[in-house]
Design a binder for this molecule. Structure first.
Ligand SMILES: *Cc1c(COP(=O)(O)O)cnc(C)c1O
Length: 423
């Protein structure tokens, strides 16, 4: 069901009219539905219940403390990609023992921070990182739990910027080199090699490439077992897609049950019945359609070739269209009884790339509100201050209540860290 329904021609978030949110908090504002977030999380969690499985929400999709806290309270762990994200988890009341640390460029300081909080695992992406991790753990008198990110070289069939499992990619260790890298890791004294992971891409609509990747990881786990490198978990990354336009992504439940079925079949045959934990790192599929970006139309600018609808949100608030040519749904917050016209919805930023939607049929007037749909993932987390624009406010709706979960940035805050040279 949609948590952003029309009621008498007015768009709502759960039981709250978006027009009321705009009146109270201004625009642009990200609006999240708590019920939608939880429904998406439980799509994973319900099937994982009673199994040795952990959902590590990929927080780079949306790392607002209220979002993290909500998921943590329902048992989520986190997939993080920086030291800053770990500090966010801690501030949100999350459990570092349920955190995994991904990313190709972990600094010594970040490694030290993560070791000091005893995170669940480091998802290591290169031989150089194994050595650095071993060194830092040694200095601290610790043993670092390690999983190796393997590049299964399967084609995820998604946008090139969000495909991560192919060879020509900065992520992970090539499948052919994986065995040797595991051997290296297992010989280092301050590492405990406990897992294997992959993350082949994002906005995947079909789970076939994910299951293909699973098969390749399983093959490797069997080989490693014969070399006395037993693994305790298998981490399949995130990547499941959502509906932006008319995509039909595989249902989370179907994908997750197919993973468990495949693992059960494998354990019955040649994994000697040893238990293995399964980790998922979903990001977009948990928050993507749980949020919208609420914006006000500043001007309507008719043209000979195109009509422009200029809104107060821009590429600095929502990068996806400019960065990935992403298609985002746009809806009028109040439906008007007038014939629609076709518009490009653009922001005030001085870049031709500053557009949010192209060629949309809208019945609008200046001053009207628009909702950019499915903006909950990779929206606010990618926002910047380009053009000295303060970042949007964020609110979370829970039934008929609205909570401000991040206030709008004040303009004076935007240069508060800077200084003039006096000489
Ligand atoms: C971004 C990322 C994810 C989440 O991807 P989604 O497509 O948002 O589910 C998971 N794992 C890793 C390592 C990532 O970089």
């Amino acid at each position: 069901m949609s948590y952003f329904p029309y009621k008498n021609g007015e768009l709502y978030a759960e039981n709250v009219a978006l027009a009321d949110i705009a009146k109270k908090f201004g625009t642009p504002t990200y609006v999240y539905s708590k019920a939608a977030l939880l429904e998406n999380f439980f799509a994973y969690a319900d099937i994982c219940k009673g199994r040795d499985a952990l959902i590590c929400y990929a927080m780079k999709a949306n790392s607002n403390l209220a979002v993290l806290n909500l998921l943590a309270r329902h048992g989520a762990g986190f997939d993080l990609v920086s030291g800053g994200e770990l500090l966010r988890v801690l501030a949100a009341g999350g459990d570092p023992a349920k955190c995994i640390f991904s990313g190709v460029g972990k600094s010594r300081d970040e490694i030290r921070l993560a070791l000091s909080h005893d995170i669940l695992c480091f998802n290591v992406e290169s031989v150089a990182e194994l050595h650095r991790l071993n060194e830092v753990a040694g200095e601290m008198g610790k043993v670092a739990p390690v999983s190796l990110r393997v590049n299964p070289n399967v084609d995820a069939k998604t946008h090139p910027y969000i495909a991560t499992g192919l060879k020509a990619n900065k992520f992970g260790v090539d499948f052919e080199d994986a065995l040797e890298t595991f051997r290296t890791g297992s010989k280092l004294p301050h590492l405990d090699v406990i897992g294997i992971d992959c993350h082949i891409g994002s906005q995947l609509l079909d789970d076939a490439p994910l299951l293909e990747a699973l098969d390749k990881l399983i093959e490797l786990i069997d080989t490693l077992a014969t070399e006395d490198i037993p693994l305790h978990h298998i981490d399949l990354g995130g990547g499941l897609g959502i509906t932006y336009a008319d995509e039909k992504p595989v249902a989370v439940q179907d994908y997750v049950s197919r993973v468990f079925a495949r693992i059960a079949q494998w354990r019955d045959t040649n994994h000697h019945g040893k238990p293995i934990k399964v980790i998922f790192e979903p990001g977009r599929s948990i928050v993507g359609n749980a949020g919208i970006l609420l914006t006000t139309i500043e001007y309507v600018k008719p043209g000979t070739e195109k009509n422009f609808c200029i809104v107060d949100a821009a590429m600095n608030d929502l990068m996806r269209p400019a960065m990935y040519q992403a298609w985002m749904g746009v809806q009028e917050v109040t439906r008007r009884e007038k014939p629609p016209a076709t518009y490009d919805v653009v922001g005030p930023v001085c870049e031709s790339g500053d557009w949010l939607a192209r060629s949309r049929s809208l019945a609008i007037e200046p001053g009207d509100l628009l909702a950019i749909l499915s903006a909950g993932a990779y929206g606010m987390t990618m926002a910047s201050n380009y053009n000295t624009r303060g970042r949007a406010a964020e609110v979370m709706v829970d039934g008929d209540r609205v909570h401000l979960i991040r206030r709008r940035e004040e303009q004076s805050e935007l240069f508060a860290l800077e200084s003039i040279i006096l000489d």
